[in-house]
Every structure is written in structure tokens, then in C-alpha cells.
Design a protein around this ligand. Structure first.
Ligand code: PLP
Ligand code: COI
Length: 363
């Protein structure tokens, strides 16, 4: 990492939306469809480091068609949210954890690391500038999307790109699932694999998601909301969902798939593992097979299953479908442990519960 203090050049938009236009968007923001008036851009050049840090009006990029990211998908991203707490303070949740994961992804993708403080300063500057875009509606938030692309216009693959661009955009958002807290149905993908050992499963790179769409579409064709990924060797052990980690509830014990390198180390997952102790729940990180999932539901020992992630928060899983089997989790509705975990996490994020772990970062 190059230790250098960047100062941001600030260019405010001449075309910022009016308060009325903004309110119209905030009345029904959906997820990831509307963007605020500004964005962050920082450039990187090999040998020179990070330079040209800017806050600028939100708008299109102009890139040479030969730009490396278009051909070889050298790209990575992060996702976190800004929340409006009562008293009108605005906070993010564990932004340094996202900065650290961004750099672990960068190392895997042969991309430059960004100093964690610069990552967080970029978020702060954008959220402060566009603070009116942080929703006031309960449960809504401003979704922040930092990302990095390889910008060298060259088609050779003998060496990674020598130039990159880091950006942050922001999107007011409601809940990710349109059904609100309705349990989701999931499809077990045995035809496709998301990630194999030595691959990029633990990195938040765009290619992982590009390769997942075919299975997500299959899930939708099967009448399910989301795909569940299984291990690459046997399609036997549960890894994660398309944009969420999974927890299995055995009475007062939470079990979640171990971080084997092939799934994303979710910050929500990590937070729930820590919160569990506060809630009097035990935790276990280990392999969980599809058979165990089905048999646990049949015997009643496995009482609830939920998915978790920044966008999805904590969402119950109600039904499971595979090529040759399907079953219901519990009675197919959301269970009490799922609701308690959700309330605790959301309570900390929105300021209704004490922040004992010092996760909330005031902007
Ligand atoms: N798994 C995948 C594949 C994801 O895209 C996400 C979302 O970021 C998660 C898990 C959950 O991660 P986090 O809790 O950090 O949002
Ligand atoms: C997130 O929760 O931040 C995600 O990245 C999930 C999905 C929108 C890709």
C-alpha cells in the first residue's frame, strides 16, 4: 500500500435535482435504480500510485473500447449502507470492514490496494455532499457502491492493467426483496458452480456475479427467489446464496457454513456471529450438507434458516427446491430467532439499540 494523503477536488453539480424531484424518488426508491447527484473518482497509475481524487457530478464515463475491464473483467466492488438515525445523524456500518475486504479482493484480482482511510473518506465525502438523499423512511437507506475497474486500453494478457479507477456511487434503497419480510424460496444449483478452491469465491469481483446469472435465472424459472450455491466438488455442501450468506438455526444454536475460500466473508455474517453471544445464542462455523438441511427440517431439529447481507439484511428462507426434492423450513413462515437477530442488527444500525461493538461510524 502506498501511504499518501489524497485531497479531493470538489466539483458540485449544476444539475442537482430539486427537493421535489428528490422526494419523488425517495417516495419509492426500490433497489439500485436511482442515483444521487454526485460520485467519487480516484485514479491509479502503476509507479505513481493513487491520484486525481475527485467528487464530481454523477454521470457517464467515457472509456476507450479496448479498456481492459470490458474484455477481461478486472473489476471489484463493495456494498454498504448509510442510515439516518433519529436526531438526524447519518451513520454507516463497519466501513473499515468493507475497506479491508475490498483490499483482499484487490490482492486476488492483481489490482492495487486503496488505503483504508481513503476508502472511508471517499464514502464520507459523498454521503455528506448528498446527505439529503439518505431516506427518512423507516427501513430505507442509502446504498453505497464503491468499485474499481482496470482502465488500461490494451488487449494483451501478459500483465495486469497498469491503470485503474476507483469510484463510489450511491443509491437510495428500500428493501431488496419486494415481498418485505416474506420468507424467500431457494433453488439448489447442482448444474452450475459458483466458485472452486483457488478461485475467486471469497473476492467481491464482478465476474462471480456474471457467472451466477444463468443459475439465478434458472432459480426464477423454477419459481424460486434465489439460487443457493453448493460446493464445487460434490454439490453436496451449502455455501451461500447469490448475494447473501446463510444461517441454520438449531434451537438456540446458529450454524453457518465455514469460510472455505469459496464463499464471500459477509460483514453481516460476521456481525451476527458476534451478536449471537449477546442474544444468548451459541454459534458454529462448519460444513452443512444439503442432506443435513433436509433431514433437520424433517425431524424438526432445524427450526429456522435465514439469509443475511447488506442489501438483504436478515431474510427468512421458507422453502427449498432442488432437481429431485423440495421441502419446507419449519412451517414456512419467519421464525422467532430470525426476527430477534434481525431486530438487534437493524436496531444497532438505526440507533434504536446500543452499539456495544462500536460498529456504527458517524458521518
Ligand atoms: N455473499 C455474496 C455473494 C454477496 O454478494 C453478499 C453481499 O454483499 C454477501 C454474501 C453478504 O455480504 P455482506 O454481509 O458483507 O453484505
Ligand atoms: C450487497 O448486499 O451489498 C450485495 O452486494 C448484494 C447484491 C446486491 C449483489
Amino acid at each position: 500500500t502506498i501511504a499518501q494523503k489524497l485531497s479531493f477536488d470538489v466539483q458540485l453539480s449544476d444539475h442537482a435535482r430539486t427537493a421535489a424531484e428528490r422526494e419523488q424518488v425517495l417516495a419509492n426508491p426500490a433497489f439500485g435504480q436511482f442515483f444521487t447527484d454526485h460520485m467519487i473518482s480516484i485514479d491509479y497509475t502503476e509507479g505513481q500510485g493513487w491520484h486525481d481524487a475527485r467528487l464530481m457530478p454523477y454521470g457517464p464515463l467515457s472509456l476507450d473500447p479496448a479498456t481492459s475491464v470490458f474484455h477481461y473483467a478486472q473489476e471489484l466492488f463493495e456494498g454498504l449502507k448509510a442510515y439516518r438515525q433519529s436526531g438526524d445523524s447519518i451513520v454507516t456500518f463497519r466501513p473499515y470492514a468493507n475497506a479491508a475486504r475490498f483490499n483482499r479482493s484487490a490482492a486476488r484480482m492483481a489490482m492495487p490496494e486503496l488505503p483504508e482511510d481513503t476508502f472511508v473518506e471517499a464514502l464520507e465525502l459523498l454521503v455528506r455532499t448528498d446527505r439529503e438523499w439518505v431516506p427518512t423512511t423507516e427501513g430505507h437507506s442509502l446504498y453505497l457502491r464503491p468499485f474499481m475497474i482496470a482502465t488500461q486500453p490494451a488487449l494483451g494478457v501478459n500483465y495486469p492493467s497498469r491503470t485503474y479507477k476507483f469510484m463510489v456511487i450511491a443509491s437510495p434503497s428500500a428493501s431488496y426483496f419486494t415481498g418485505g419480510l416474506k420468507p424467500v424460496s431457494v433453488w439448489l444449483s447442482t448444474e452450475y458452480t459458483r466458485a472452486a478452491p483457488g478461485g475467486t469465491g471469497f473476492a467481491k469481483c464482478g465476474g462471480n456475479y456474471a457467472a451466477a446469472f444463468v443459475a439465478q435465472r434458472q432459480a426464477v424459472e423454477q419459481g424460486c427467489d434465489q439460487v443457493v450455491w453448493l460446493d464445487a466438488h460434490e454439490h453436496r455442501y451449502v455455501e451461500e446464496m447469490g448475494g447473501m450468506n446463510l444461517f441454520f438455526v438449531y434451537g438456540d444454536k446458529l450454524v453457518t457454513p465455514a469460510l472455505t475460500g469459496t464463499l464471500l466473508p459477509g460483514i453481516t455474517r460476521d456481525s451476527i456471529l458476534e451478536l449471537a453471544a449477546d442474544l444468548g445464542l451459541e454459534t458454529e462455523e462448519r460444513l452443512v450438507s444439503v442432506d443435513e438441511w433436509q433431514e433437520g427440517c424433517a425431524s424438526g431439529e432445524l427450526t429456522e434458516v435465514f439469509a443475511c447481507g447488506t442489501a438483504a439484511v436478515v431474510t427468512p428462507v421458507g422453502t427449498v427446491k432442488g432437481a429431485d426434492r423440495s421441502w419446507t423450513v419449519g412451517d414456512g413462515t419467519s421464525g422467532p430467532v430470525t426476527m430477534r437477530v434481525r431486530e438487534e442488527l437493524v436496531g444497532i444500525q438505526y440507533g434504536a439499540r446500543p452499539d456495544a461493538h462500536h460498529w456504527v461510524h458517524k458521518i
